[in-house]
Design a protein around this ligand. Structure first.
Ligand SMILES: Nc1ncnc2c1ncn2[C@@H]1O[C@H](COP(=O)(O)OP(=O)(O)O)[C@@H](O)[C@H]1O
Ligand SMILES: O=C(OP(=O)(O)O)[C@H](O)COP(=O)(O)O
Length: 402
């Protein structure tokens, strides 16, 4: 049976009904200041359509990776304010996830009103490995919507997570795919069929163990895999090079050795890096060969020779997918690698997709031309897992409906 969509739900009529929307509002923050609100903007159309149709919209989302307990640093307060400002209507933030405050805020919603529940990862059941615990939270989220509630899955960036507010809740409430999820899948589908070649994938960022697992599946599908960012140091260590205090996934070193052997010349690593003596914008820095980062130093960006090599490979490509910044672009001394690679993609006529919260933010924050990319996706890990051919739990569950 085909997935039911937001259009189907609107066709059924939502006036006066409480509709739970899972959005991905995981925005980059500097303290409590949102540095890029791309994900909030991407969530607007679905929320707006439901509110305009008279639904009482209850949004649930996560921010960062808190440890399953309330933590003010990860509060969605700034997001509620931004969402309200962009909608032009007040968005009340419930002070908890499914507790008394959530029930009271949701109970007080008028038709067309929007409320945001506090960071769903404050509840340990959200990310629990126990299906029973997740189902319990899903039941409590569903209960907030009352008798004729519905669930709209619109957090594309999180559909690869088998979590209570993404997966389990869709088994309890009538579930519908939101416009953002459908639009993202439409674009990514074009990359899985028969991409124009050479097909070059660029990987970086800091979610190293998540993404190392993806490389194995991607290698046979791509012509070139350029690896920078925090990703590259486990590979450099696997080649026997010193990586100093750089981001390193020690227990993946053997996997990286195997991947390097399997990849032949397809997998391209940096030849130089910008090393720093501290993780700070005012650290001392030097450009060093990637074959030798001294103890006490850490690689925080790819170097200028690497940017040239990556840019040359990208200029040949006909299809490009990029996820993960090449360095700690949030600090100016370590932004040039990301800027150089992003510019090379923007300059190339290839069909190009950039995915990921931080990668998309980098494009905007570094002032690159957004129209240089064929598509800017809100999901990094989700896009990668889709391209890898993996089933996305948050999408698969929508197919389970009656
Ligand atoms: N060499 C590095 N060392 C540490 N962190 C890095 C390095 N390169 C990039 N990063 C960090 O990676 C983060 C983004 O990673 P990730 O979440 O995997 O990307 P995305 O959100 O685009 O999927 C950025 O905050 C950036 O500072
Ligand atoms: O930022 C996200 O993913 P991304 O960094 O892969 O784009 C999503 O909000 C998912 O977050 P998670 O990787 O903590 O589950």
């Amino acid at each position: 049976m085909a997935v039911k969509t937001l259009d189907d739900l609107l066709g059924e009529g939502v006036a006066g009904r409480r509709v739970l929307v899972r959005a991905d509002l995981n925005v980059p923050l500097d303290g409590s200041r949102i540095t890029d609100d791309g994900r909030v903007r991407a969530a607007l159309p679905t929320i707006r359509r439901l509110a305009d149709a008279g639904a009482k919209v209850v949004v649930t989302a996560h921010l960062g990776r808190p440890k399953g307990a309330p933590d003010d640093r990860y509060s969605l307060r700034p997001v509620a304010e931004r969402l309200g400002a962009l909608l032009g209507a007040e968005v009340t933030l419930a002070g908890d996830v499914v507790g008394e405050q959530a029930r009271s805020v949701v109970g007080g919603l008028a038709d067309g009103g929007v409320a945001l529940l506090e960071n769903v990862r404050f509840d340990p059941r959200e990310t629990s490995k126990s299906a029973d615990e997740r189902a319990e939270l899903a039941g409590e989220l569903a209960a907030l919507t009352g008798q004729d509630g519905a669930f709209v899955s619109d957090g594309f960036g999180v559909v690869h997570r088998k979590q209570a507010s993404v997966y389990d809740v869709a088994r309890v409430l009538p579930a519908y795919a939101g416009g953002l999820v459908l639009a993202e899948l439409d674009v990514l589908r074009t990359l899985t069929g028969d991409p124009r070649r050479p097909y070059t994938v660029v990987l970086g960022g800091s979610k190293v163990s998540d993404k190392l697992a993806v490389i194995e599946a991607l290698l046979p599908k791509v012509d070139r895999l350029l690896v920078g960012g925090g990703m590259c140091f486990t590979f450099l260590a696997a080649q026997g090079h010193g990586v100093g205090s750089s981001l390193l996934e020690q227990d993946m070193v053997d996997t990286c050795k195997r991947l390097l052997a399997e990849a032949g010349g397809k997998l391209v690593l940096p030849v130089d890096v910008i090393a720093a003596d501290a993780f700070a914008a005012d650290a001392n820095t030097r450009t060093v060969a990637s074959t030798g980062i001294d103890d006490g130093w850490l690689g925080l960006d790819i170097g200028p020779e690497t940017v040239k090599e990556f840019a040359a490979a990208l200029s040949q490509a006909k299809t490009v997918f990029w996820n993960g910044p090449m360095g700690v672009f949030e600090m100016a001394p370590f932004a040039e690698g990301t800027r150089g690679v992003a510019q090379a993609i923007a300059d190339s006529p290839a069909f190009s997709v950039v995915g990921g919260g931080d990668s998309a933010a980098a494009v905007r924050l570094l002032g690159l031309p957004e129209d240089g990319f064929s598509h800017i996706s809100t999901g990094g890990g989700a896009s990668l897992e889709y391209l890898e051919g993996k089933e996305l739990p948050g999408v698969a569950v929508l197919n389970e409906g009656e």
